[in-house]
Design a protein around this ligand. Structure first.
Ligand SMILES: [Zn+2]
Length: 69
């Protein structure tokens, strides 16, 4: 049964690519959520900051507001 074996192989390859696509979508979704949740980080020490802070409470570095144009 050569034909059924090759069809099964292609089905496996298709399944493999579907899983990769699904994984990529999941990673992108998680990344978007993480990125949205940590809007602002200190440019000096990298710690997460509240958006209203203008000075980092951890190291005292001035924080520039990242405004997207
Ligand atoms: Zn800092």
């Amino acid at each position: 049964m050569m034909l059924s074996t090759s069809v099964g192989l292609w089905a496996l390859v298709l399944l493999f690519f579907c899983l990769i696509a699904l994984g990529a979508v999941l990673v992108l979704a998680v990344w978007a959520i993480v990125r949205r949740s940590r809007r602002q980080t200190c440019p000096a020490c990298g710690k997460p900051l509240q958006p209203q802070y203008t000075v980092c409470p951890y190291c005292g570095a001035p924080v520039k507001r990242r405004e997207e144009k």
